[in-house]
Design a protein around this ligand. Sequence first.
Ligand code: HEM
Length: 228
Amino acid sequence: MARRVYSEPGDRIVSRDPVEVKRYGGLTRLNHWVTAITLILLALSGFAFFDPSLYWLSGLFGGGETTRWLHPFIGIVLFLSFMLLFLQLWRYNIMRREDLVWLSNFRDVVSGHEERLPELGKYNFGQKFVFWAMFWLILVLIISGVMIWYQFFPDLVSVETRRIALLTHSVSAVLIILTLILHIFAAFWTRGTLQAMVSGRVTGGWAWRHHRKWLRELARRQRADPAE
Ligand code: HEM
């Protein structure tokens, strides 16, 4: 059986006072923020078609026609960008037994008694849930999006199938926006987390408190090879 790994090759403990831990490299952060910006642009342009009361949002993109033309292309950028992120991170988002224990003791997470919870790898259940929800929803959005991209693929599917694809696209869009709200809320609620995606580093205390198994693995790795 393949050995479980909790840390990416670039993760490392930086010997400073206070100790810092490198969590994301520059390219991964760039990749994340491109993904984030494209999803927000898609939500804004998509809402313009969602209901006539929101049509004014198309003004942000230069009017209805440009918005309709632009939206699918931004969708392709989101898909490619997320897949790039996915390829880097999927391994560390595999659900483990300790994640279910963490979930069943969610009350301790909310009340700040994390010492009662199992030690975790790079991500917790909530982060993994968001990761996989975004993966599946983006897949459904891109497939249903191509089906309703009348301008380029007018004969791809029948009218009935296109109607179902449109409904699927709208429902998935609402679900991914809810997932994004959860993701942003968690990033702000857990103090010190935003820093991971801004500077790429977290404090040793943050890593010890929230992702101790990941930190222990880094310490072991660096003890075995101090030059790493
Ligand atoms: C604009 C709002 C966003 C903020 C403030 C934000 C913030 C963050 C932060 C702070 C992290 C690091 C968490 C950690 O390492 O513990 C993170 C990770 C991540 N974010 Fe975002 N993010 C945003 C939008 C998005 C969007 C739109 C997506 C995807 C569609 C996304 C996908 C991810 C993924 C995949 C990770 C890595 C976590 C994992 O693999 O489980 N984020 N984000």
